[in-house]
Ligand binder design. Structure first.
Ligand SMILES: NC(=O)c1ccc[n+]([C@@H]2O[C@H](COP(=O)([O-])OP(=O)(O)OC[C@H]3O[C@@H](n4cnc5c(N)ncnc54)[C@H](O)[C@@H]3O)[C@@H](O)[C@H]2O)c1
Length: 310
């Protein structure tokens, strides 16, 4: 196999930054693509541009043989309030990325989809075989991206894998997500705020583990498959998560409970339990999450102590 050259869209983002570093660890070259500047130094090919522009994309994809597509509009509040923008960027943008990959002769693309495509499920943990049950335009936009990829692969032979990521967390995650919000408040001696009764269950996956799963899905011989990527070991309720964080930080505060009516969130939008089954990624990719939740939370606290203390 010749040199692996990977175009990474959304390479400046929270997960993208770690994906770039993981690709370097595996000896790959990276062509950076994002609307924003890189957060890290040392990237040789930096392409600033939007996935809504096919010319920008073609320039970035040129000379690459692989692609990882992460650029997207995300975040519950943003994607629910700017619904049409979310659909436009995530669907048209993904279509543009796939087009550019086909035109520039890219062999294989990994698309980062989301556990949101599953919505509410009776059968837990959620495997790739569970039915899709989207509850938001964001989830619909991810399903559309998956389907375009399948169709393009049928038509033009481009190979792909889809990674459905489950609740990724870590340093540099954007502030509207639950863990950055919790950690930010805890390091500032303020109570973390829980919506509803705090019984919603999630299984959090540290960003370096997610990045490794994405790169595993790229470099495997297997193609045209869907893989859940997450941490199956430590499902936790929001309430217990808040207490765990307070405990690790050593602060003497208690979480504050806010009803959905008083919050900026809709209870109907909330998914009660989301726990991944990652058996397929383990068997096919040899993927294994390495970071226990405690370790990831300690890293986040240290990061916020240093960077985001008021
Ligand atoms: N964070 C999670 O828990 C999670 C879970 C499931 C799926 N995902 C998916 O993983 C991917 C990366 O998410 P993230 O958490 O790193 O978010 P992020 O917002 O940090 O990264 C997204 C990146 O895409 C870029 N981007 C947005 N619009 C663009 C455009 N029009 N053109 C070019 N670049 C654009 C942004 O500048 C940003 O750097 C996304 O596709 C997201 O849907 C994330």
């Amino acid at each position: 196999m010749g040199k692996i050259k990977v175009m990474v869209t959304g390479a400046g983002g929270f997960i993208g930054t770690k994906v770039v570093q993981e690709l370097w660890k595996r000896g790959c070259e990276v062509a950076y693509f994002d609307v924003i500047e890189p957060k890290i130094k040392g990237i040789k090919r930096v392409n600033r541009g939007t996935i809504l522009d096919q010319y920008d994309l073609a320039l970035a994809a040129r000379g690459c043989n692989y692609a990882i597509h992460l650029a997207a509009l995300l975040g519950v509040q943003k994607t629910d309030s700017d619904r049409l923008e979310c659909l436009y960027i995530n669907i048209q943008g993904t279509l543009n990325v796939i087009e550019a990959c086909v035109k520039e002769g890219i062999k294989k693309i990994v698309f980062s989809s989301s556990s949101e495509v599953y919505g509410d499920q009776d059968k837990l943990p959620i495997s790739e075989e569970n039915p899709l049950n989207p509850k938001s335009v964001y989830a619909v936009s991810k399903i559309a991206g998956e389907e375009y990829l399948r169709a393009y692969s049928e038509m033009y032979g481009i190979k792909y894998n889809i990674t459905r990521l489950f609740n990724v967390y870590g340093e540099y995650q954007r502030e509207e997500f639950v863990l950055p919000k919790f950690v930010q408040r805890v390091v500032n001696n303020e109570p973390p705020i829980i919506y509803g009764d705090g019984e919603q269950v999630r299984s959090f996956c540290y960003v370096e583990d997610a990045a490794r799963g994405i790169v595993d899905a790229l470099l495997t011989d297997q193609a045209n498959q869907v893989f859940n990527i997450g941490n199956d070991r430590e499902p936790i309720s929001m309430k217990d998560l808040a207490y765990k964080l307070i405990d690790i930080s050593g602060k003497s505060i208690k979480p504050e409970f806010v009803s959905y009516e008083e919050s900026d969130r809709e209870s109907s939008r909330e998914i009660e339990k989301r726990i991944p089954c990652i058996k397929k990624a383990k068997q096919v990719l040899g993927y294994e999450p390495r970071f226990p939740l405690d370790e990831g939370l300690k890293r986040m606290i240290a990061f916020y102590e240093e960077n985001n203390k008021k």
